[in-house]
Design a binder for this molecule. Structure first.
Ligand SMILES: [Fe+2]
Length: 559
């Protein structure tokens, strides 16, 4: 495939690089899309010319460019586990695209491991969504020095770590058979000394299975731990490794979307296993954000969840999973909520799945808000979308208030992208989310980045009303949706404004800004390096011939 850029594109890319180095805050009205916003490459420069430079810089239309903003470098505030300095509310990001010829990932900074402390982990139960047994207080007696794996006498099924409310916490969930009715976690320091034992909650999952949830608290940043789990407080699992993220300084996370494991399609889970392996091999990944559709069968199929967890990555690296439209929630088989122990989950109702699975957490200097755009369908009325979007606004407002002054970046992750370029771009659900004001909420709440999926191909916007919208390609090769040419050539669909993408018919490739979108189902994952007021995004494509990063896209946001 010819991936040579046409001269015109190169010239325009230069213009883009220049303009995108400006912070961009368009006038904020209506649906969050100004009519003057970017539509295609050919209109980028003029439309960007209408953008004012960001936030409170007082710089009028001047571009401060690249890394000029007072990058916090390794600074970031206090030594608390929540760390960091200024709020993000006064500044909005500027974008610069890096030249991303294929490159292997370079591990950065912040060694994740430091000697463990003796900080006792407080005991606390998870806020499980439903059901039975309760919580708190130590289970058993934290004996002196139990340590090291004494052999596996209990094997949890589909063990999943989830970020805690802050890096001082860690949420766990797993399945077991119903032979045990308890939930317990033992936490050890790196040398194998028992730090604490906590209990959690359990309830009935898919027939013959129990779900278990527990929460560890008072964890020390940048510290290596081990843990084991039990469903009877007698027989314990293998000891798994877990390292807490750094509270300050440079750090890293990975974003994916739509693994959409289909039990009947082997390549979905074999390709996902390869992607998961690559993520696991990437150094210093604190956690993985997954923007929904972990599995395929909406009616529920535990086999698909087994495949999703099979690579074992999430027993060491937490996953912040988002509820997608494919993740099952109504039938009593393989429900999303049984597999993930979400931090600060907020729901308008404990029983209405349409309002559940919204949550937030603070890692280092980034405040993450996860929203459930995956539970409404085209049969729902617009009024229901309005209700849900209002709930989203409430959740974001609460998250910001809870961590005011402690974060530099506000990132929202949800499933149904409103700024995508393919099959789902004009679906009723997506249009309804736009009409209900989802994008307006993003801009009014001063969200920096929205990470979404659902459309199975990659797209990135310039900042639109201060928000960069990122749509991720799938993390398995189950589905790939080619870019919808009508959206590119017509340029009339409001949603496409702000997406710098063109289709080069002659050479048969798709191009976003300076980057080439290869028309293939090769799965992707995105590595995000955070360093104070700089976010570096590097999109990596897994191929059987070797993983490449930077080909699809590579860009930097600065404040
Ligand atoms: Fe989806």
């Amino acid at each position: 495939m010819n991936r040579t850029k046409p001269i015109l594109a190169v010239a325009i890319s230069i213009a883009i690089a220049f303009f995108s180095s400006c912070s961009s805050t368009e006038n904020d009205n209506g649906n969050g899309v100004s009519s003057s916003s970017d539509e295609t490459l050919s209109s980028v420069s003029s439309s960007d010319g209408n953008l004012s430079s960001g936030g409170n810089s007082g710089g009028g239309n001047s571009c401060s460019g690249g890394n000029s903003s007072s990058s916090a470098g390794n600074s970031s505030g206090s030594n608390s586990s929540e760390a960091s300095s200024s709020s993000n509310e006064e500044t909005q990001p500027s974008v610069s695209s890096n030249d991303g010829s294929s490159s292997s990932r370079v591990s950065s900074s912040s060694s994740r491991i430091s000697s463990s402390s003796s900080a006792a982990a407080a005991v606390s139960s998870s806020s499980a969504t439903t059901s039975s047994s309760s919580s708190s207080s130590s289970a058993g007696t934290p004996t002196s020095a139990s340590s090291v794996d004494s052999g596996t006498k209990f094997t949890p099924e589909m063990l999943a770590l989830t970020p805690g409310a802050t890096i001082a916490e860690l949420n766990l969930a797993w399945y077991s058979g119903r032979e045990g009715t308890k939930t317990a976690v033992r936490l050890f320091n790196a040398s194998g000394t028992l730090v604490n034992t906590v209990t959690g909650t359990t309830g009935n999952a898919t027939t013959g299975k129990s779900w278990h949830k527990a929460k560890l608290t008072n964890l020390t940043p940048s510290t290596q731990y081990k843990y084991s789990v039990s469903n009877d407080e007698q027989n314990w699992s293998h000891e798994y490794d877990y390292t807490t993220p750094p509270a300050t300084g440079a750090w890293r996370f990975v974003a994916i979307a739509d693994p959409q494991i289909a039990a009947a399609t082997a390549t979905s889970y074999t390709s996902w296993a390869e992607v998961a392996k690559k993520i696991k091999e990437t150094e210093n990944v604190t956690h993985v954000v997954c923007a929904g559709d972990q599995v395929d069968n909406m009616q529920g199929d535990e086999k698909e969840w087994e495949y999703f967890f099979a690579p074992g990555i999430f027993s060491n690296i937490p996953v912040a999973a988002i509820k997608g439209n494919h993740d099952p929630h109504w039938a009593n088989i393989g429900k999303f909520e049984w597999h993930f122990n979400l931090p600060n989950e907020r729901s308008a109702s404990s029983t209405d799945y349409k309002s559940k699975y919204n949550y937030y957490y603070l890692y280092n200097n980034v405040l993450f808000v996860g929203l459930n755009t995956g539970s409404l369908f085209d049969t729902d009325q617009l009024s229901t979308y309005n209700t849900v979007v209002n709930l989203f606004k409430t959740v974001i407002t609460e998250a910001k208030a809870a961590h005011a002054g402690k974060y530099d970046w506000l990132i929202v992750v949800h499933h149904e992208s409103t700024k995508s370029v393919s099959a789902h771009a004009e679906d009723v659900e997506v249009r309804n989310y736009r009409e209900a004001g989802l994008e307006t909420v993003m801009s009014e709440q001063k969200v920096d980045v929205v990470i979404a999926g659902h459309d199975h191909t990659y797209a990135r916007t310039h900042p639109i009303n201060g928000v960069v919208y990122l749509t991720l390609k799938a993390a398995s090769n189950l589905k790939f949706y080619p870019v919808k040419k009508s959206l590119i050539t017509s340029n009339i669909a409001a949603h496409s404004k702000g997406i710098e993408i063109t289709w080069n018919q002659e050479n048969d490739y798709y191009q976003i800004g300076e980057k080439v979108i290869i028309n293939s189902s090769d799965p992707e994952y995105t590595v995000i390096d955070v360093n104070g007021k700089t976010l570096n995004f590097d999109v990596c494509t897994w191929k059987s011939s070797g993983t490449k990063c930077g080909d699809t896209d590579k860009f930097t946001l600065t404040k």
